[in-house]
Ligand binder design. Sequence first.
Ligand code: NAD
Length: 295
Amino acid sequence: MKHIAFIGLGNMGGPMAANLARGGFSVTAFDLSADALERVAAQGAHPASSAREACEGVDAVISMLPAGRHVESLYLGDEGLFRHLPPGTLVIDCSTIAAHTARRVAAEALRHGLRFLDAPVSGGTAGAAAATLTFMVGADAEDLETARPLLAAMGKNIFHAGQAGAGQTAKICNNMLLGILMAGTAEALALGVKNGLDPAVLSDIMSKSSGRNWALELYNPWPGVMDNAPASRGYTGGFMAELMLKDLGLAEETALASHAANPLGSLARNLYEMHVRQGHGKEDFSGILKTYRPD
Ligand code: NAD
């Protein structure tokens, strides 16, 4: 596993591809955005002019695309990559998509003699840059072992969640919780500030108390509390609110399909729906704070 094609070089895929190149892999990269492609080429990847071209002669393909429809159109159909990859090629999709879509894509991969892993990630753009991502993998154990050196160049925790689609189910559960935690953290901070507290002092107190959580401690939504958080750079970069809305929608669909109750996930999805409709979809998801602090 030496020659890798990397498709989708956005906030996450860009630094992940750069880490593979830094780790000694030969990476051929493609993105629809010329800027994204240029940034990754400056960090050691070879730019290609199409996904097909990027995949010529590679041992493995990795994709990091926004949503299920992008993944399906990359791999499936007459123009899709599956028709063109040599049998035995390893295909790793790191995008967050529905588990049933991942299972359909995995079944198609198998029909073409390919090995497919759903391997969504957690850890944010900082984790992608520092190669400390958590991978949640749905695949055969043997295929995961083949993929492990690639994943290890981009992350530090690699979990085998189960067979095809299981990685996506784990990721959707995690992100439903994250959406709830971010909204709850913003609500608590806004309440404290409204009642005269300094947001940095309140964050410090709650970080050492029973309200502590990842959003509060590593991704604080209040501007200025944490220098390197998206909130302190105008909610730019990071994880777009429209992608969080997509993930909360996936959680809702999963709950409906399995007759599970998800009242808090559903509430968080509605909050993000209103937030995105108000024009904040491209901002980082911690901007949900604006719902509580519109001024
Ligand atoms: P992004 O929008 O920054 O990047 C997506 C990239 O894919 C863009 O550069 C876009 O041009 C490219 N693209 C779209 N269609 C393409 C195609 N057909 N061929 C080639 N390139 C194409 O999104 P992101 O933040 O990098 O997120 C990617 C995935 O990772 C999403 O599924 C998201 O839910 C998930 N995710 C994001 C984060 C985060 O913190 N940003 C964390 C974990 C998981």
